[in-house]
Write a protein that binds this ligand. Structure first.
Ligand SMILES: O=C(O)c1ccccc1NCC(=O)[C@H](O)[C@H](O)COP(=O)(O)O
Length: 213
């Protein structure tokens, strides 16, 4: 399992960056969604991203952002990828890629077999997919809810773009998730936190170790 790449999403403290790097993360995720406990303002994100070593993908997560918001982000923060975590259509995914000049990862929520067709639809438009648990109807946040979905739904599926498994992953269950789905990449947020929006360096290290075990 040593080649499983991972993203630590929702970094809020400058100290989260060395913790994620030390654990072996390939991607660092910054959330731009004011309702989230992980929301960052642009100057804070720019300062944090500037401390990341070369070769680590710095990903901005946005939710149904308009062009002006995306332009403000991409002008100020040294980014390598944009993650769209709202109701963006495949056409909007293509627009964001063309406008930003950055690769785009589209999050697709899965709750049941009826959601698998959506993954196929977005695979034709995005550079990467993030296959996440669909948020419960009453959830305040479209992601970062610490909920897994039934991994058997995607166990035998492959797409023609790179994809990441997300949703409720923890140091304790990530090895099983990789085994069941065959994914080469995973994403975690609340599973490596001590409280909402507060990353825990020991849990980040344990997550990386679980993928190397
Ligand atoms: O993390 C957030 O606060 C967030 C807010 C708005 C949209 C998406 C959000 N997170 C999305 C992610 O990429 C998470 O890492 C992914 O949903 C997995 O989260 P978790 O189940 O907590 O590991």
């Amino acid at each position: 399992m040593t080649d499983t790449r991972f993203k630590i999403c929702g970094l809020t403290d400058p100290a989260d960056i060395p913790a994620a790097i030390l654990a072996g993360a390939s991607y660092l995720g910054f959330v731009f969604f004011p309702k989230s406990p992980r929301h960052l303002d642009i100057p804070s994100a720019a300062a944090m991203a500037a401390t990341a070593p070369p070769g680590i993908m710095k990903v901005a997560l946005t939710v149904d952002a308009d062009d002006a918001a995306l332009d403000a982000l991409t002008e100020a923060v040294a980014l390598d990828m944009i993650q769209l975590h709202g109701h963006e259509t495949p056409e909007r995914v293509r627009e964001v890629r063309a406008r930003s000049g950055l690769p785009v990862m589209k999050a697709v929520g899965v709750a049941g077999p009826e959601d698998i067709a959506d993954i196929d639809r977005y695979a034709a438009a995005a550079d990467q997919l993030l296959i996440d648990a669909k948020p419960p109807r009453e959830a305040e946040l479209p992601g970062g809810n610490g909920l897994p979905f039934d991994w058997r739904l995607i166990a035998d599926r492959r797409w023609n773009v790179p994809w990441m498994l997300a949703g409720g992953l923890t140091p304790d269950n990530v090895a099983e998730a990789v085994r069941m789905t065959g994914t080469r990449q995973v994403d975690v947020s609340s599973g490596v936190e001590s409280a909402a929006g507060v990353k825990d360096a020991d849990r980040i290290a344990a997550f990386g170790a679980a993928l190397r075990a």
